[in-house]
Design a protein around this ligand. Structure first.
Ligand SMILES: [Zn+2]
Length: 189
């Protein structure tokens, strides 16, 4: 009986020939089949994760490192050892989608920044308006006092009172401490 199995992907070749009809020949055939499957799996993995990268002139592949002719059946250049495969590049549309997402994020950040800036300016405007309103209120009050011949100052509220009210307030202001003192002296006896 003859078993024959071969697998080849350029990186490795496997060839087993088993002759005869002993149990060992059967095992050898099984190993050959298993080897073929492993080589196939490694080929599929490489095909999905890497791309062949060689310079081709006239249908002949050349190493992109040293420029010597290479074989599709190998993984690396025989002259310089450079891998003929490179990691798969992300598809261009994915790169475009990522760029679009980044642009959208930047636009969003810019909008948030502009919003904050507008709010800050509005807030500053409100504070300035309040200050201006208070200043004009005080100026109007001072003008009103001056029109009555009273110079504005810390005691302007007292000076603006009628004379009778001023007298009563002064009397109370002096009588209260005096009365308190007298009460303290008499009650202490
Ligand atoms: Zn090379």
């Amino acid at each position: 009986m003859i078993y024959f199995a071969q697998a080849s992907d350029g990186m490795s070749s496997l060839m087993l020939v088993a002759k005869g009809d002993s149990i060992f020949d059967g095992i050898a055939a099984l190993l050959a089949a298993l080897g073929s499957i492993l080589v196939l799996i490694s080929y599929v993995i490489r095909a999905t994760t890497s791309d062949l990268s060689v310079n081709t002139r006239g249908g002949v592949p050349y190493c992109r490192g040293c420029g010597k002719q290479v074989s599709y059946r190998r993984d690396n250049c025989r002259a310089c050892g450079l891998s003929l495969y490179v990691a798969k590049q992300a598809p261009a549309r994915d790169a475009a989608a990522i760029a679009a997402l980044r642009d959208a994020e930047l636009l969003n950040k810019e909008a948030i920044r502009k919003n904050a800036e507008r709010w800050r300016l509005e807030q500053e405007g409100r504070v300035a308006d309040r200050k201006a309103a208070r200043a004009s209120r005080l100026a109007a009050r001072d003008t009103a006092y001056r029109s009555r011949g009273i110079e504005p100052g810390p005691w302007v509220w007292f000076k603006a009172l009628p004379e009778l009210a001023q007298a009563i307030l002064l009397g109370v202001a002096f009588a209260l401490p005096a009365g308190g003192l007298a009460w303290a002296l008499f009650s202490a006896r």
